[in-house]
Design a binder for this molecule. Structure first.
Ligand code: AMP
Length: 424
C-alpha cells in the first residue's frame, strides 16, 4: 500500500513511525512533515488546504489511503473531497467533523441523546449570555462555538471574568469562532483523554491517556496544546471505559448515523470523571497531540489494517492488542511558548538521548539544515519512553531529556507526577 499522511507535528511523527513499521506499507509520504518524520516517510511540499493538489498527488502516486492528522482539513471537508475523487481517506466527513467544529452541535447531540455532559445553553448575543451567567453564578465555563486553536475556552472563577470572556468573544477576539458561544456548568473531577476507533456504526476503545495542558510545573501558567502525557490513565478503570463506551461513544455514533452523518475515524473524548461517572467535556475528531505519541508506543497491533477497517466499515470483528507497558512523553518547547518564541536554534544530543533504554523521540516542530536539527515551532520535541510502570517510563523519559542540549528550550519536570504518586 501507498499511504499519504497529512500533518507536521509530533502526532504525525508517532503515526508515521507506527505506519512505517507495517509490512503492508510500500511507500509512506507525509505532507508537509518535519525533520523527524523525514526519517520515516518521504516528506512532500503539499499544502493540505489545497484539496485539488492533494487529490492530484494521490492519483499520480497511486495512494491507497490518506490519513489526516489535524482537525482543520477534516472540518474543511478533505475526506469528502478525496472520497468523491475515488481516494480512500481515514477520518470523518465535514458534516461528522462538526463534533469538533461546533461545540453547540455536540452539546445538542448530548442533550437529545441523554449523553452525560455539563448543563449548558447556546447564545448568539452578549446580553442574554450575561443574564444566564448572573443567574447561574461562578465558577462557570464560557466557550467559543467554533475552532479556536485551543484558545476558545475560559474557565471563569468569577462572574466578572465570565462577562469579560463574553465581551471578548462577541467583540471578535476569536474571529468567526466566537460568533456563537456555549456557556456551561463547571464540572469537578479528574480529566482523562479517551480514544475510540469508529467505522460509522461500530466503535472500539483504544487506550486511555492523560495530558498536562498548563505550561509550567504544578499546573501553573497559561494553557498550551499539551506539555506531556502518559498512558494508561489510572482513572480509566475497566468499568469507567465500559461506561464511557455505552453512555457516551455509542449513543454518539447512533445519533450521527441517524442524522445521515455516520462518524468514521478516531473519536477523541475529553472526559471529566466525576463522582457520578464519566461526563463529556468535548469531542475532537482526530488523534490527540501529545496523547497519540504514548498510544503509538503502547500499540502492539499493526495500525494500518485498523485504519482501513474503520474506513471500510468493517471494525465489528476487529481486535487491537496493546502492550501492558506504560508510556510517557515530555514535550520540549521553545522558551516563550505558548507566547512568542524564537525559531532556528540548534538542538544537540538527540542521538545520545535516543539510546536511553525504552526512549523514543518524536519531532513536533523541527527542521533540518543538513548538518543540524533546528527548532521550528512552539512545541518542538516529544521525548517519550516506555516502562513497566508510569514511574519507570517517567524516569527514562527524563533521562533522555537530560541528554538533549538545547538551551533555547524548556519542559515541565512533573509529567506523570500524580499517577506516580498513586503508585502507577
Ligand atoms: P476544551 O477545549 O473544551 O477541552 O476545554 C479546555 C479545558 O477547559 C478542559 O481540558 C478542562 O480543563 C476545562 N474545561 C472545559 N469545560 C469544562 C467544564 N465544563 N468544567 C470544568 N472544566 C472545564
Amino acid at each position: 500500500m501507498n499511504i499519504l499522511l497529512l500533518g507536521s507535528g509530533g502526532r504525525e511523527h508517532a503515526l508515521a513511525w507506527k505506519m512505517a513499521a507495517s509490512p503492508l506499507v510500500d511507500r509512506l509520504y507525509c505532507a508537509p512533515g518535519n525533520a523527524g518524520i523525514a526519517q520515516e516517510a518521504e516528506c512532500v511540499a503539499l499544502d493540505p488546504t489545497d484539496h485539488a493538489a492533494v487529490i492530484a498527488f494521490c492519483k499520480e502516486n497511486k495512494i491507497d489511503l490518506v490519513m489526516v492528522g489535524p482537525e482543520a482539513p477534516l472540518c474543511a471537508g478533505i475526506v469528502d473531497d478525496l472520497e468523491a475523487a475515488g481516494i480512500k481517506a481515514f477520518g470523518p466527513t465535514r458534516k461528522a467533523a462538526q463534533l469538533e467544529g461546533s461545540k453547540g452541535f455536540t452539546k445538542d447531540i448530548c442533550r437529545a441523546n441523554n449523553i452525560p455532559t455539563a448543563a449548558y445553553e447556546r447564545f448568539t448575543a452578549p446580553e442574554p449570555a450575561k443574564d444566564y451567567i448572573r443567574k447561574h453564578g461562578a465558577p462557570i465555563v464560557v466557550k467559543a462555538d467554533g475552532l479556536a486553536a485551543g484558545k476558545g475556552v475560559v474557565v471563569a472563577e468569577t462572574i466578572a471574568q465570565a462577562e469579560a470572556a463574553i465581551d471578548m468573544m462577541f467583540d471578535g477576539g476569536l474571529g468567526a469562532a466566537g460568533a456563537e458561544v456555549v456557556i456551561e456548568e463547571f464540572l469537578q473531577g479528574e480529566e482523562a483523554s479517551f480514544f475510540a476507533l469508529c467505522d460509522g456504526t461500530t466503535a472500539i476503545a483504544l487506550a486511555s491517556a492523560q495530558d498536562h495542558k498548563r505550561a509550567f510545573d504544578n499546573d501553573q501558567g497559561p494553557n498550551t496544546g499539551g506539555m506531556g502525557a502518559y498512558s494508561p490513565a489510572p482513572v480509566m478503570t475497566d468499568e469507567m471505559t465500559r461506561r464511557t463506551m455505552s453512555e457516551i461513544i455509542e449513543p454518539t455514533l447512533h445519533a450521527m448515523a441517524a442524522m445521515g452523518a455516520p462518524y468514521k475515524g478516531v473519536l477523541f473524548a475529553g472526559l471529566m470523571i466525576t463522582k457520578d461517572g464519566p461526563k463529556l467535556i468535548e469531542y475532537n475528531v482526530r488523534f490527540g497531540d501529545p496523547e497519540t505519541q504514548v498510544l503509538m508506543l503502547r500499540l502492539m497491533s499493526d495500525i494500518v489494517p485498523a485504519l482501513m477497517a474503520a474506513r471500510d466499515g468493517v471494525l465489528k470483528s476487529f481486535d487491537l492488542r496493546w502492550y501492558d507497558d506504560a508510556a510517557l512523553t515530555v514535550v520540549m518547547a521553545a522558551k516563550g511558548y505558548p507566547g512568542d518564541y524564537r525559531k532556528g536554534s540548534v538542538i544537540e544530543g538527540l542521538e545520545d538521548a535516543a539510546k536511553v533504554e525504552g526512549a523514543q523521540i518524536f519531532h513536533a516542530g523541527t527542521k533540518s539544515d543538513g548538518a543540524h536539527i533546528l527548532a521550528n515551532g512552539g512545541r518542538v520535541l516529544n521525548v517519550c519512553a516506555i516502562g513497566r510502570s508510569v514511574a519507570e517510563a517517567q524516569r527514562q523519559a527524563y533521562a533522555a531529556v537530560d541528554r538533549i542540549n538545547w538551551p533555547d528550550g524548556f519542559c515541565r519536570r512533573d509529567i506523570g507526577k500524580r499517577a506516580v504518586e498513586r503508585g502507577a
